[in-house]
Design a protein around this ligand. Structure first.
Ligand code: NAP
Length: 485
């Protein structure tokens, strides 16, 4: 048995509903491919509309008892699941590399990051509290209590198959919500394996239900419109997010949206250029550039642009591309052929407008979905890659000479997830952090993701926060009780 088949065989390929593993209606299945080879990896259950309804029924049936469960119990289940995930790091890492493509070292990084949400929310589960106060007129008392929102629908993307799930499941379990999770069709194996781990950790039947489907719109829309659902949390693209917000409006469903980004990465003339290059490598190349937080537009001060571009291009050119399961590989394949075509079209558009390719610029060889790490200079501001998410290993560099102009250009986008900048001037750190219209700002660092911090965006990047003290609030209602004396 090969290493590949042994981890894939450990995953149950059915739907997880009401604590039972069952086939989809009509035993329908959908194919999961390996993007490094484009070959079939496995087949998993392909849920129908009726299967989706059964999953919501299970979540709704389990809600009231789960809401009354002891916070300590919920905390200990999360802690046990955290420990199991860490213990099975290699299984999770190999599954993610096989179905999504990122190199094994990065998948291990995601296991560390994703599991940490369970540890964090195991600690938060026992810290939920309300307040008690005297009304200003002294005549009544005001009390608030926090209660679970209720059955929650969760839709997650393919780019971080584990962490985008644990970031939602962790706080929901901690708060006492039940849930129906629908992972992306490209990467269902990691979520199915996570459900097995949660079951082993002692999560009661019906609290977590997982449905995999090739018909995400058809299966999820009736659930979004169903009054038994009390919340929808979505991580994915802005166009799909807009559709889901519209569908949620009918029953005024509580909604959290973690959507697309168009991150600026600004290097000021007083920056440590070598540190900025290190930061750029992380901000651009983490997850093969397929991250909502990926640096999408580089603005470099004209005085340091040549040095930065040269050093950055040398580092990008030195990366090894290949199957993420192979030792020494830095850059895996993109998720599918469509993604490669999109990135190639963005590069062609940039060069048509006069930009210069310093390194990379083309598709990789073989049957996998590869695109070479690419650095482009002299990028015109109206190039398509400066306006939309690249979602691949391509960096386009523009220059500036004035701080106010850099900020204006950085903010000139409908998105507002994260912005990065590098400077040694601490007054500038405060000034620019305040001026950037983003939910998150990275100063002299190329990664902001941290389970203890509130992750989320503004503008078309969405609303709601995941992680930090704020993360559990998304799954709690505040009830006010007025007490007359
Ligand atoms: P996507 O196409 O929007 O898909 C995301 C999820 O939504 C998948 O599970 C997908 O299922 C499902 N979906 C698609 N259409 C749907 C519909 N009509 N109704 C219900 N569900 C639907 O995004 P993606 O390509 O997977 O992920 C990349 C995007 O996610 C990027 O824009 C990225 O910036 C964003 N992202 C944001 C964050 C953040 O925290 N802000 C984090 C990671 C990624 P199927 O795939 O099965 O169709």
């Amino acid at each position: 048995m090969t290493k590949t088949s042994s981890v894939v065989e450990q995953v149950r390929k059915q739907l997880f509903i009401g604590g039972e593993w069952r086939d989809a209606e009509g035993a329908a299945t959908l194919e999961v491919d390996n993007p490094a080879t484009s070959g079939e990896l496995a087949r998993v259950a392909d849920a129908s509309v009726a299967d989706g309804d059964a999953a919501l029924s299970a979540a709704a049936a389990a809600q009231s008892e789960w809401a009354r469960s002891a916070p300590r119990k919920r905390s200990e289940i999360l802690r046990a699941a955290y420990e199991l995930i860490v213990e099975r790091t290699e299984v999770f890492a190999e599954l993610m590399t096989l179905e999504m493509g990122k190199p094994l070292a990065e998948s291990r990084g995601e296991v560390a990051y994703g599991s940490e949400f369970f540890r964090w929310f195991a600690e938060e589960a026992v810290r939920v509290s309300g307040r008690y106060s005297v009304a200003p007129n002294g005549a009544t008392r005001l009390m608030t209590m926090k209660q679970p929102v209720g059955p929650t629908l969760m839709i997650t993307p393919w780019n971080f198959p584990l962490a985008m799930g644990t970031r939602k499941i962790g706080p929901a379990v901690a708060a006492g919500c039940t849930m129906v999770v629908k992972p992306a069709a490209e990467t269902p194996l990691t979520m199915l394996y996570l459900a097995q781990v949660m079951e082993e950790a002692g999560l009661p039947a019906g609290v977590l239900n997982v449905i995999t489907t090739s018909n995400s719109g058809g299966v999820m829309e009736p659930l979004i419109r169903d009054p038994r659902s009390r919340k929808l949390t979505f991580t994915g693209s802005t166009p799909v997010g807009r559709t889901l917000i519209e569908q949620s409006a009918q029953q005024v469903l509580r909604v959290s949206m973690e959507l697309g980004g168009n991150a600026p990465f600004i290097v000021f003339d007083d920056a440590d250029v070598d540190a900025a290059v290190d930061g750029a490598m992380l901000a651009k190349m983490r997850n093969i550039g397929e991250a909502c937080t990926a640096a999408n537009r580089f603005f470099v001060h004209a005085d340091v642009a040549a040095e930065f571009s040269e050093k950055f291009a040398a580092r990008m050119a030195g990366l090894t591309m290949g199957d993420g399961m192979t030792d020494g590989v830095d850059v895996g394949p993109l998720i599918n052929a469509k993604a490669v075509d999109k990135v190639a079209a963005l590069v062609a558009d940039a060069t048509d407008r006069g930009a210069r390719v310093v390194t990379g610029g083309g598709k990789g060889e073989g049957s996998g979905f590869f695109f070479t790490p690419t650095v482009i200079t002299d990028l015109p501001g109206d190039a398509a890659m400066a306006r939309e998410e690249i979602f691949g290993p391509v960096a386009g560099i523009q220059t500036f000479t004035d701080e106010a102009d850099a900020i204006r250009r950085a903010n000139d986008t409908e998105f507002g997830l994260v912005g990065y900048f590098f400077t040694r001037d601490y007054a500038r750190v405060i000034r620019v952090s305040e001026a950037l219209e983003y939910g998150m700002v990275g100063v002299n660092q190329g990664v902001v993701s941290n389970p203890a911090a509130p992750f989320g965006g503004v503008k078309a990047s969405g609303f709601g926060r995941e992680g930090g003290f704020e993360g559990i609030e998304e799954y709690l209602e505040t009830k006010y009780v007025g007490l007359a004396l």
